[in-house]
Every structure is written in C-alpha cells, then in structure tokens.
Ligand binder design. Structure first.
Ligand code: SDX
Length: 376
C-alpha cells in the first residue's frame, strides 16, 4: 500500500484520452485540441461528440448527433409532472440532483451498462437536464413552462425554454462558449466521483447523480455563485482592493481563485474573461467586469507568487449574469455542461474498469477491551 496523500494530492487515479491539463503552463486540451481553438471554432454538441468519440465528427455525423440529442429534449410525462410539485424554494442543484436520479425510474433498463445503453442514458441526461432546469425555474417564477424546441441547438433551446423567447445569436454563442469551456477537466472531484460510482458497475444515473452532489460544493462548481455574491458585496470598483485585502487578512478564500492543478491562469478563465468583457460592455454591466479586473490585479500582486490565479469560475459569474441567468442557476449551468464530461468518463471507465478501493491509514488505538456499559 502506498503513502497517504491528503485529498489525494499528486495521486494519478485514472488514465484518460479526453482532456489534458498542464497546470504549470496553464494548458487545457480536449483530445489534444487547445480549449481556445474549441471556444473559438466549435459548438457544445461538436465538443461532446469529440469527448465521447475521441475525434471531431464529419458534418453528417454531427448532424445525426444533434438530431439524436434533440429527440431527447422532452421529458417523460411522469417526470414533467413532478416539476410543478417541487417546492419553489428548493435550491436548483438539489432539484437537479433529485430529478436526474428520478430519470432512472422512467428507464426500462436502468442498470444496463453495455456501451450502447450507457451512451443512450448519457444522451437522455444530456438532453433532458436543460429542460428540467428551465422548467423548474419557470414554475418557481409562476410562469407557464415552455416546451423544448427540437429545431434549436442545445444552447438556443435552453435559453428559449428559460426565457420564453428565442435568444439572440450573440447570447446563444456566449452560452455555447460557456458550455464548451466547462465540459471536461480531467479527474476533478465530480468526475472522479462519477468514475468511482460506475467502477462498482452501478449505473449511469447513480454516477451522475453523485457527480451533481459533488459539483454543488463551494470548493468546486459552487464557486461561480460565490464569485457573484462577492461581486455584489463590493459596493464599487474603488472598494475592491480593501475588500480583497480584508478577506486575505482573515485567511478567507477568494472564490474563483486557486486550483489544485493550475499554478498559472486557467486557460478557461482567459477565454471567459474576454467573453465577460464583451458581454458586460453590451449589457451595461461594465462595473461587474471592472470589479473583477480590479480583484484580479490585487490577487496578482498579493498571491500569484503562491500559484493562486483566476480559475474557470471567476469570469463565468459575470458571463452568466450578463446572459441574464439568476445567481442560483450558475452552478446548474456548470452541471449542464459537465454532464458531457462526466458521461464520457463513465463510458471510458466502463471500457477498462477496475473497482476503485483505496486504502486508509489507521491512526486509532489497538488492543482495546470491551467495557461493559455498566462500567462506562
Ligand atoms: C473548479 O479540479 C478541477 O479541475 C475543478 C474545476 C473543474 O473544471 O472541474 O477546475 C472547477 O472547481 C475550480 C475551483 C473552484 N473553487 C474555488 O474557486 C474556491 C476557492 N478556491 C480554493 O478553495 C482552492 O483554491 C481550491 C479548493 C480550488 C484548491 O485548493 P487546494 O489545492 O486544496 O489548495 P489549498 O486550499 O490547500 O490552498 C493552498 C494555499 C493555502 O494557503 P496556506 O494555508 O498554504 O498559506 O493557497 C491558499 C490557501 O489558503 N489559497 C487561497 C485560495 N486558494 C488557495 N487563498 C485565498 N483564496 C483562494 N481562493
């Protein structure tokens, strides 16, 4: 048995062909293609095809993949009926985790893990999760649900169901770039969670339900909501420096900064920073972007030497806000995208599986007597 490494820091626990990360250089590639290239030229559907098939699709393959996905936007009627029953005060990540789990009740073969069946389940969850989030948000706002429109792509359809009107091309593209940049990222905690669960030959629904539970955590996917709360707390750009210094002084973590792997600026943060600036200018939210930039400058001066830089969540907050998403939908957005990565890793784990079962270093006592309760 090897040495104990807290938080599995430095431990390699899987091999993958999906995403490559160089933490020192700030490089992220999906199947060898730099994330900046994909953010510029690709779409979310094409990116998911790339991750699941380890190559870019031909145009006819992409059309049939999109066609397959669009068939799965609509919810089974039993699941659709559940959404108005969910308390309007339920937190969206708890709702999403619950309903992804409930999707398994409407699958006639929930436990089948052969490649075809696993891929079918993955497509189901990828197609229906946006519908679940959008219809829950409409219900809690007292608005009529908007049925999915299979003539629309993944991002346009989600924004359409959420807002009840077709989104602009600019907003659709912005959302799609968010989906592309969040899709996969090596063995992050939620992806590792999904692989650990499927390694018992459990099922895709259980694996992705567990992954949503992991992603909600503020140290992981929940950070983008934490960033937005921080930006709302800072009265103006001029207050950013004092705010950050105060938090650092109190040893409080600045949300959207730091990373277990990146010791340079997260390449996704670079893509999302440019997008956030563009959207902030277009939507009259320049103060959000300016505050973010001011925070980044202070952090650069104070902690960059410790390898603490902006991560994917730092500028995604401003981007999601400018797209018009409510704060408590930010982490669900991360989940909608990461379902692509999680499903790819589940399929990869199933293709060459070994049960995950690490050891634990026992640090408790030995040779203890059983003391009868009357003598305790
Ligand atoms: C994501 O793994 C992935 O790939 C995740 C992700 C993905 O795509 O799946 O990239 C998405 O989850 C990004 C991370 C989002 N989380 C946050 O933004 C939350 C704030 N960040 C921190 O909690 C932290 O940076 C972590 C959790 C992300 C990483 O933590 P580590 O690797 O366990 O590092 P650590 O907490 O041990 O910190 C090391 C040092 C400490 O200082 P010292 O005690 O050594 O003096 O760095 C400091 C920390 O205090 N530090 C920070 C900081 N992050 C680390 N100080 C201030 N603000 C921060 N954000």
């Amino acid at each position: 048995m090897g040495e104990f490494s807290k938080g599995l820091e430095g431990v390699i626990a899987a091999e993958t062909e999906m995403s490559f990360i160089d933490g020192q250089k700030g490089v992220l590639e999906y199947v060898g293609i730099p994330i900046g290239e994909l953010a510029t030229h690709s779409t979310f559907e094409e990116t998911v095809f790339l991750l699941w098939n380890r190559r870019l699709p031909t145009s006819s393959e992409l059309e049939s993949f999109k066609g397959e996905l669009r068939k799965r936007y609509a919810l089974p009627s039993g699941l659709a009926r559940r959404i108005p029953e969910i308390p309007t005060t339920a937190q969206p990540m708890h709702m999403l985790r619950t309903l992804i789990s409930e999707m398994s009740l409407y699958d006639t073969h929930p436990n089948d893990n052969d490649p075809e069946q696993a891929r079918r389940k993955a497509m189901n969850i990828l197609g229906q999760a946006p519908t679940i989030v959008a219809q829950f948000d409409r219900c809690r706002r007292g608005l009529p649900v908007v049925e999915p429109d299979p003539s629309l792509g993944f991002s346009a359809n989600f924004l359409y169901m959420l807002n009840g009107e077709k989104p602009t091309d600019a907003m659709t593209r912005a959302f799609d770039i968010c989906m592309i940049t969040h899709a996969d990222h090596g063995l992050n905690n939620s992806t590792f969670t999904a692989r650990v669960v499927i390694s018992t030959l459990s099922d895709v629904y259980s694996a992705l339900t567990a992954a949503v539970g992991s992603l909600r955590g503020p140290l992981h996917g929940g950070a983008n909501e934490g960033v937005m709360k921080m930006l709302n707390e800072i009265p103006s750009v001029a207050d950013a420096e004092a705010y950050v210094l105060g938090k650092l002084e109190r040893k409080e973590k600045i949300m959207g900064f730091g990373h277990r792997v990146y010791k340079a600026k997260d390449p996704r943060a670079k893509e999302l920073m440019a997008l956030a600036k563009q959207l902030a200018d277009d939507t009259g939210n320049t103060d959000l972007y300016e505050k973010s930039h001011a925070i980044e400058r202070v952090m650069e001066r104070e902690v960059a030497a410790k390898g603490i830089y902006p991560n994917v969540d730092f500028y995604s907050a401003t981007t999601y806000h400018c797209i018009g998403l409510k704060l408590d939908l930010f982490t669900p957005m991360f989940a909608l995208s990461r379902i692509g990565g999680w499903a790819g890793h589940v399929i990869e784990q199933l293709s060459d599986n070994r049960l995950f079962r690490p050891g634990a270093k026992y640090v408790g006592p030995h040779d203890q007597p059983y003391v009868p309760i009357a003598q305790r």
